[in-house]
Structure formats: structure tokens, C-alpha cells
Design a binder for this molecule. Structure first.
Ligand SMILES: [Zn+2]
Length: 217
């Protein structure tokens, strides 16, 4: 459905198996499909689509209707409850953290910030110490979801679900070693409910990684 919507809006689905984005390893997971939308896409990367089952396997499917204000899982990007960026917030890599609402662009459905944070914790656990190395990517995003605003009403002053809270508390203030230990422990607690990672090294499938001669397999 998303592919059809983007295609009808003028975006061109990449079908080139030899495309740069299909043949190189990156620090983030490859999309199931991508659209080469940006002129210098090597700087920003293409527009990628992921299957929900590969990143949000535990969430219910969104309905075709717009999310209501009390929707427990989803919201729109122009939802005024999303806090504006109040000061430059950068993670250790210098990336700016999330901000919103995005009022001047077409609103799209997103996962609510608390659930997005929970998703990143679960993805860290799923890919912990995996050769695909995507745990680093999830941890970078998790750092960007940290809240430091002293305003007690700050929307992102969040509590995640109880079984994840201890790990989130460490992620907010801990160093790399402490976060690593917390993720490892949580992974062991959740192991029965965690799916296997669908990502092999930088490629979508193990077969593709073998074809590309990945030395990590
Ligand atoms: Zn491409």
C-alpha cells in the first residue's frame, strides 16, 4: 500500500539490484525496498520502507482510518502534543534529537514516542552483539530519545512498560558498558519472546550477503 501511494505520488521505486544501496553495507538496516529520491542520496540515503514485522513485530497493524487522540499506539506528525525542539539537543554523534510537531508538511502516521522508545530497546535486545552490528544504530536512536527538559509537563518525560523501564533508566544516564550490560540482561529476560533478526550484516538476507561476498558470515 505504501509503495503504491509513493509511486502514484511520483516517486520511483528502485528495482536496480546493482544499485549502490543494494550492494553496500551500511550502519543502518537496509529497507525492504527503497526510492532513490535525493539527488545526492549518498549523503542522506534513499527513502527506505521497512516491513512492520522487521522492526515493530509486537505492535498491532494500524487501521486505515486516522488515529484518534486517544489511540494507544499511533499519532500524526502534526500532533500538537509533540514538543517543539526547545534547544539544540545532540547525541554523542552530533545528531539532533527528535522534534515536532511538523506543521508545514503533509502529516504522516508515526508510532507514539513512548512506543518508539520501547521499539528501540527491543531492537537493541534482538540484535545485541549480532554480527550485523545494528545494535549500535538502535542505541544511537535511543540516545536521541532521551529527555533532559526540566519542564515536568514535557511530553517526552516518559515511562516505558515496566519490564523495559530498568534498561531505559540505564540508557538515559549510563555509559556504554553499563548500557551494554543492561541490554544483555534484558535480552536474557525476554529471549523467549524475541524474534530472530531479519538482517544479516548489511544485507536483507543471508543469501544476498553470501552473494556479495560478505566476509562476516
Ligand atoms: Zn536504488
Amino acid at each position: 500500500m505504501a509503495i503504491a501511494a509513493l509511486t502514484s505520488a511520483g516517486y520511483s521505486l528502485c528495482v536496480d539490484q546493482n544499485c549502490y544501496w543494494n550492494t553496500h553495507k551500511f550502519e543502518h538496516p537496509p529497507g525492504t525496498v527503497h526510492f532513490d529520491t535525493v539527488k545526492d542520496s549518498r549523503l542522506w540515503g534513499p527513502l527506505r520502507l521497512y516491513t512492520k514485522s522487521s522492526v515493530l513485530w509486537w505492535l498491532p497493524d494500524p487501521t486505515p482510518t486516522l488515529p484518534t487522540l486517544d489511540d494507544p499506539h499511533y499519532m500524526l506528525t502534526d500532533d500538537k502534543r509533540l514538543p517543539p525542539r526547545t534547544w539544540p539537543r545532540r547525541d554523542l554523534d552530533g545528531n539532533l534529537g527528535p522534534d515536532g510537531p511538523w506543521l508545514n508538511i503533509y502529516p504522516v502516521r508515526i508510532v507514539k514516542p513512548i512506543l518508539f522508545t520501547e521499539a528501540l530497546i527491543l531492537l537493541c535486545c534482538r540484535d545485541h552483539n549480532h554480527v550485523n552490528n545494528f545494535e549500535d544504530y538502535w542505541r544511537g536512536l535511543l540516545g536521541a530519545m532521551n529527555e533532559e527538559n526540566p519542564d515536568p509537563d514535557f511530553y517526552l518525560r516518559k515511562r516505558v512498560r515496566p519490564e523495559l523501564q530498568k534498561c531505559w533508566n540505564v540508557a538515559k544516564v549510563g555509559n556504554d558498558l553499563q548500557i551494554n550490560a543492561a541490554v544483555k540482561q534484558l535480552r536474557e529476560e525476554l529471549i523467549a519472546s524475541l524474534p530472530a533478526t531479519p538482517y544479516y550484516y548489511g544485507f536483507r538476507t543471508k543469501e544476498r550477503a553470501i552473494r556479495q561476498g560478505s566476509r562476516w558470515l
